[in-house]
Design a protein around this ligand. Structure first.
Ligand code: ZN
Length: 212
């Protein structure tokens, strides 16, 4: 569960992780939590990796285009510097930061900051995507979201790569991935098009010329 209150009488922060597959609404949930903190006049700041330039340079934008002003950062260390004075720190696309993020989140939480981290928990092969598993272990609160499997409608826990390539992360989410359940997920494969293939012409041996 999402904790609702920052206890200002104690200098104790905590870590919340919002994880799941692509299209599970992680960024929307991050934005919702930060908005609510902002309404309570808590000082909030949101970061994203500088390489996540999918939609906008200075906003976190979920796939439904709900935007939140945000700061692109190159590293977890530079995030700590820029988070000075914040009550609540949001981090989107956290899987891009690497393992330094774990220490950075610990540092912020020890400083009394509420840290909300959103990221992919598995890559397109279905492997745990560090540093999210490490963060899930040390977090006080973990929320695992699901998308809906495009093949069968079950809750989807996996991100199916649907274009070729062996990079661990492809930007351009909507074209490169689709959400799938455990049954429908084909780890690391680019599935054949789901459209019916044109019937292969049956090549009968050519009849001899004029043979009717
Ligand atoms: Zn399915």
């Amino acid at each position: 569960m999402e904790p609702h209150i920052v206890d200002r009488t104690r200098n104790a922060g905590w870590i919340e992780v919002v994880c799941g597959s692509m299209f599970s609404g992680k960024t929307e949930e991050l934005i919702r939590r930060l908005r609510r903190a902002r309404i309570a006049r808590q000082e909030t700041i949101a970061f994203k990796p500088a390489l996540d330039t999918r939609y906008s340079d200075d906003e976190v934008v979920s796939h439904d285009e709900t935007a939140l002003p945000t700061v692109p950062v190159e590293s977890a260390a530079s995030m700590i510097r820029q988070a000075d004075g914040a009550d609540v720190v949001g981090i989107d696309e956290a899987q891009f930061f690497g393992n330094d993020l774990v220490e950075a989140c610990q540092t912020l939480a020890a400083r009394g900051v509420r840290v909300v981290v959103a990221g992919l928990d598995q890559d397109y092969k279905g492997q745990p995507f560090e540093p999210i598993p490490q963060l899930m272990a040390i977090a006080e609160h973990v929320t695992k979201l699901h998308a809906i499997c495009v093949q069968c409608g079950a809750p989807a826990n996996h991100s199916q790569r649907i274009v070729p390539g062996d990079e661990r992360v492809l930007l351009g989410a909507t074209e490169a991935y689709e959400p799938r359940c455990r049954d429908c997920f084909q780890p690391g494969e680019v599935p054949e098009s789901t459209a019916p293939a044109p019937a292969a012409p049956v090549t009968s041996s050519a009849s001899p010329e004029g043979g009717e």
